[in-house]
Write a protein that binds this ligand. Structure first.
Ligand code: ADP
Ligand code: ZN
Length: 764
């Protein structure tokens, strides 16, 4: 027998190897293997087993990694789809379905030495004092780690081993699972009695799960009855399998997820829950663990995310592979978790852009979830307070089923949103003030009443640029085409793209100018904090952004203090926009609501609407009604006005019209080709060349629109120039196929590289 192996080097090709006798029973589709490749040894995955090969003199597989096949056939199929659809080498796609910690050759379980007493028959020997003490400890504990024992008894391993020599204790090496949540105590919870809106949603989800279950059984059954099968398949087509659960935060979405998961477990199936990295807090995980920690549906909940150590990730993954953990909760890549059989996939905050991977394979976990759901006959539930336009459109077209939770569970009202026209405020004072009089007044009131305020500005640093009013000089990054941000506390200018730092000049650096009156313009969170402190000297103010939250625990500490009422005003970037729930926050101020509107991206409006809605949702989570002040220079922009009225459908309908006129997604699909290199001329030349090749080879795609090449909105980043070509079509699978072929035959200058991004979420 021979094995076809996809190697971990992007060659877009698979290679045949012979299976040596001693490995015969161990090699299967999905096995990870080590093979010789030229003078090297390389890791790869077996993608097929065959009787014979077209090649002679095959080299043998050297070694099989892990006791079980690591890539299940279903995940393998999914990886192949990713390679094709996202137009990347199959090896690249295959590599991303296994976590690094599992792929590594030497990855493994942690073995530790355990000490246990041996029951002694006959008379217990007289021991030296030291050994007797150790024995007492072992006997008392019944089981103890050798390392712990050594420390506890203040002794050495050698001394402990003397007891082993006397036959009084056993020292054995055993696998000790790493549990990232070992220190948390979890109280079991019971399903809540759902309200009517929740019940209606849940019923539809469960019905779909039932239908899929029947369908799955029919498919598996060896039945000759065509009629029966046709009947099942038609009911399967009628039954929706993807749901969009639209409900504001606090409307009870998570409770629906939990009960739907319970239903999957009852059917003997497993579930995957995707959550954006930032929402994957211990509290979130605990809600899932607590529900399934006891009772007849008890199962392990495995957690996959980037804050785990490599060892923890290894162990969590294998708990899933071995079928012990039937619920997986994780960030983007958890969509590849090897659960089987899969009954349900939940994608919470489905509109989040972090579900898109920004390097190859540039997959979107939500879309992969839908594909996986289809392949494995599972139901998919997408949840959000502010769904993506794409998902909303799919509901309108009948591809997904919309489920609405129109109200918060506890009958809290939506906050009152006031839009402040900053153009007016500007006339009265000299420049645009940071705080409108209305917002200032509102903050004063909250401080008097002992209530809390959140202020949001999506810009860190002090000032967003340094400029000379005399000669027009702007301090730009030497590596990127952006202005440097002034950080006052650290006294430096810094680039938020590449991290470049420099000293703050005292006079204009232009040799002919040297003007000492250089100015800082634009506002960041540091300045908001400083101005606040001057306006409200008694207030306890804390800032939360990437500059103050350097360590893992910082975030938790500040939120803890805020919850405990030790902070009056929390100033922050989008870090504070997500899912935080503080009953005493009655005021939210959005300092500059238009900042995201003016970006050169057709999603700017959608993003602003989502951000405003999310941030505003932080206010009024307790008994007192919340109030939100949105400061804006374009107060009548639809994104701002619809957000003010909490009118989700209104915004989406008009945004859809705009997208349809311009043939932007969801009315087409986009492929963004970015050429990158240090020499701008070469990059530009290659882009022109690529455009001509595209025009020639893509003639058959009738609705294709090719735009560009044009400099990317961020022309230069980290010293690389970037040019883009944007392709739009409704037939993305066909385009991906054509593109893959074209890329194979395309020759680019050595110093220029091409990145293909299918369904990009950001055009920068
Ligand atoms: P979301 O996920 O939409 O933010 P959650 O499911 O977290 O909403 O619900 C918000 C709060 O309401 C939680 O504290 C939850 O325990 C509670 N809750 C949800 N559903 C119910 C219900 N049917 N009855 C009582 N409390 C509920
Ligand atoms: Zn830079």
């Amino acid at each position: 027998m021979i094995a076809r192996v996809s190697l971990e080097i992007a060659l877009r090709k698979e290679f045949d190897y012979s299976i040596p006798e001693e490995l015969a029973g161990q090699v299967d589709v999905g096995s990870r293997v080590q093979v010789p490749f030229g003078p090297r040894k390389i890791l790869g995955v077996v993608t097929a087993i065959a009787e014979e090969s077209g090649h002679a003199n095959l080299k043998p597989i050297l070694k099989v990694i892990g006791a079980q096949t690591l890539v299940t056939p279903k995940v393998l199929k999914l990886a192949r789809w990713i390679g094709e659809y996202y137009c990347c080498a199959p090896e690249t796609a295959l590599k991303s379905v296994l976590p690094e910690a599992v792929r590594k050759e030497d990855a493994g379980w942690r073995e530790r030495l355990f000490v246990r007493p041996v029951s002694v028959s006959g008379e217990f020997p007289k021991l030296p004092k030291r050994q007797q003490e150790i024995w007492n400890l072992v006997e008392e504990r019944r089981e103890i780690l050798l390392s712990e024992l050594v420390e506890l008894a203040g002794t050495t391993a050698a001394t402990v081993r003397k007891l082993q020599d006397r036959g009084l204790i056993d020292i054995t090496s055993e696998i000790s699972e790493r549990d990232p949540y070992a220190n948390e105590t979890i109280l079991a919870t019971q399903p809540l009695v759902v309200n009517p809106a929740q019940a209606a949603a849940l019923e539809k989800i469960k019905a779909a799960m039932e239908a899929r279950n029947v369908e799955g059984r029919m498919k598996n059954a060896e039945t000759n009855s065509c009629e029966k099968r046709a009947g099942a398949i038609s009911s399967f087509c009628i039954q929706p399998s993807t749901f969009l659960l639209h409900g504001v935060t606090g409307s009870g979405k998570t409770e629906i997820y939990l009960q739907a998961i319970a239903h999957a477990l009852e059917q003997g199936k497993s579930a995957i829950v995707l959550v954006p990295e930032i929402s994957l807090t211990p509290q979130t995980v605990e809600r899932f663990k607590a529900r399934f920690s006891s009772g007849k549906l008890q199962t392990l909940v495995a957690v996959l995310h980037s804050h785990l150590s490599a060892g923890e990730r290894h162990d969590e993954w294998h708990k899933i592979r071995q079928g012990r953990a039937r619920i997986v909760i994780g960030a983007r890549s958890a969509i590849f978790a090897p659960v089987e059989p899969l009954g349900l996939i939940v994608v919470d905050e489905e509109h989040e852009h972090t579900y898109k991977q920004e390097e190859a394979p540039r997959y979107h976990a939500r879309d992969v979830a839908i594909m996986r759901g289809q392949m494995e006959n599972a139901v998919v539930v997408l949840g959000s307070a502010t769904p993506s336009l794409e998902s909303f459109y799919n509901c309108k077209k009948g591809k997904y089923t919309l489920l609405d939770l129109p109200e918060r569970v506890d009958d809290q009202k939506m906050p009152h949103v006031r839009v402040v026209d900053m153009r007016q405020a500007m006339f009265k004072e000299k420049g645009p003030p940071l705080f409108s009089p209305q917002l200032k007044e509102a903050i004063t009131q909250r401080l008097e009443r002992g209530e809390q305020t959140i202020l949001f500005l999506n810009r860190r640093g002090y000032s967003t640029s340094l400029l000379c009013p005399k000669c027009g000089y702007v301090a730009n990054c030497p590596n990127c085409s952006v202005a440097l941000t002034y950080h006052r506390i650290e006294q430096k200018l810094s680039c938020h793209i590449c991290g470049h730092n420099e000293k703050v000049p005292l006079v204009c650096p232009e040799p002919k100018c040297k003007n000492p009156a250089i100015r800082f313009a634009g506002t960041g969170t540091q300045k908001v904090e400083e101005v606040l402190a001057k306006l409200f000297p008694k207030a306890r103010i804390k800032r939360m952004d990437a500059d103050t939250m350097k360590r893992k625990d910082d975030y938790r500490h500040v939120l803890g203090d805020f919850r405990a009422g030790k902070i009056d005003i929390l100033v922050g970037t989008q870090m504070i926009a997500k899912g935080l729930h503080f009953p005493n926050v009655t005021l939210v101020g959005i300092i500059y609501a238009d900042s995201a509107l003016h970006q050169p991206d057709f999603r700017a409006g959608e993003r602003t609407f989502q951000l405003l809605t999310q941030v505003a949702g932080r206010a009024g989570r307790g008994d007192v009604e919340g109030e939100v002040f949105v400061q804006a220079f374009t107060p009548f922009h639809p994104a701002i006005q619809f957000a003010r009225r909490h009118d989700f459908v209104g915004f989406y309908e008009q945004e859809l019209e705009f997208r349809e006129q311009l043939k932007y997604p969801p009315f087409s699909r986009v492929a963004l080709l970015t050429l990158k290199g240090r020499n701008e001329e070469k990059v530009k030349f290659s882009a022109d060349h690529l455009k001509r090749s595209l025009e020639k080879s893509l003639k058959s795609l009738k609705d294709l629109v090719i735009a560009g090449p044009a400099p990317a909105p961020l022309l230069r980043a980290e010293n690389f120039y970037r040019y883009q070509i944007m392709l739009r079509t409704r037939a993305m699978s066909a385009l991906s196929r054509e593109l893959a072929q074209l890329i194979q035959s395309l020759t680019l200058p050595e110093a220029v590289s091409l990145a293909v991004d299918i369904d990009p979420v950001s055009l920068s």
